[in-house]
Design a protein around this ligand. Structure first.
Ligand SMILES: [Zn+2]
Length: 343
């Protein structure tokens, strides 16, 4: 049974004219052919999925529903999608529907004083999206579990859980932040205030750009490697999916103590982290385009998964059955043969 995305039926999810790129919002399964609309943020029991629909969700042709929390590649995809819409523009007419979503510098955001300058760039720090204004002030958006930054035509009906909106001058569009679970948030930072500073909490080096010597130092700890990689204070940007993928490709069991890894393993692990993240970034856009266009045809990086969400399926390296186990309080997907448990 296939679930189909029917983006055209929900015009708030239709692509912006001429933009040629979709924001992550559009990758979410909104219409399921068996059960009607699934509003993101609602409980998805009606489509036979236990729990909560959040993150970037999609259904594949096996009927499985996947939920993806934003990790580094998703944040990078958002950044790349936002950049052409925001750079060189200014934000006006800010509306804060839930003021508490702005965790720092609320006044500067509300009165437009802080964010009224021309947008100089859009970048990423770990999983955080950073909108920088000329002069150096920044709006930092943490996506949390379900946060979405989208650009939509002005006047588009407001979806539930939209906490922030601002017009993008001269474009007929506006920027919106929506976050049903509100683990995300918005921080306004002055020119000199560091992104990883006290107000936002510490953030380790970015998983995509961290250098080997720094990575090596980080791993000189007794913690389980998976717990360490998931800790944003140690290294920023990795979540459950890419941790499982990188560890599987390196043949490291997630419960291995970081300090017990051989020098060669550490080197390979970093290389695999980069490979997996780059591959996901590359596939990211095309996946979401496929899912919008292609009537549920699976494509993109979930097909690249070798471990994550493949429990019960054969390992692509050795044929053993992939297991789902608990490590560091999180579900982890491993090949029991390629990833031997620590002694
Ligand atoms: Zn294997």
């Amino acid at each position: 049974m296939c679930y189909h995305l029917k983006a055209g039926e929900h015009n708030q999810y239709a692509p912006l004219p001429g933009s040629g790129i979709l924001l992550l919002e559009q990758a979410e399964v909104l219409q399921v052919d068996t059960a009607g609309v699934v509003e993101v943020g609602d409980v998805a029991a009606s489509v036979g999925v236990g729990g909560y629909v959040g993150g970037v969700g999609f259904a594949d042709c096996s009927g499985a529903y996947h939920i993806m929390m934003p990790e580094l590649p998703e944040a990078e995809s958002i950044v790349r999608a936002l950049r052409p819409h925001l750079c060189g523009k200014t934000l006006t007419r800010v509306a804060l529907h839930r003021p508490a979503i702005v965790r720092a510098g609320r006044r500067a955001v509300v009165d437009g004083r802080g964010i009224g300058r021309v947008i100089a760039g859009v970048s990423r720090s770990g999983k955080r999206v950073v909108i920088e204004f000329t002069g150096g002030a920044r709006l930092v958006v943490a996506l949390g579990m379900t946060g979405r930054l989208t650009v939509v035509p002005t006047g588009e009906p407001l979806l539930k859980h939209t906490h922030f909106q601002a017009r993008i001058t001269g474009t007929g569009t506006e920027l919106r932040f929506r976050d049903p679970r509100r683990f995300g948030g918005i921080w306004y930072l002055d020119k000199d205030e560091p992104i990883a500073g006290p107000r936002l909490g510490p953030l380790g080096p970015d998983a995509l750009s961290v250098r080997l010597p720094v990575f090596r130092d980080l791993l000189r700890r007794k913690r389980q490697i998976k717990a360490l990689l998931l800790d944003q204070r140690a290294i920023a940007g990795l979540g459950n999916i890419y941790c499982d993928e990188a560890l599987h490709r390196t043949g490291i069991h997630p419960a291995t103590r970081a300090a017990d890894l051989a020098a060669e393993q550490v080197k390979t692990l970093l290389r695999q982290i980069r490979t997996v993240l780059r591959s996901a970034i590359r596939h990211g856009g095309s996946t979401f385009m496929d899912y919008r266009n292609a009537d549920g045809r699976p494509g993109g990086f979930q097909l690249e998964h070798r471990a994550y969400d493949r429990q019960g399926q054969p390992c692509r390296g050795c044929g053993a059955t992939i297991l789902r186990i608990q490590v560091a309080g999180r579900s982890s997907h491993i090949c029991p043969s390629c990833q031997r448990p620590p002694r």
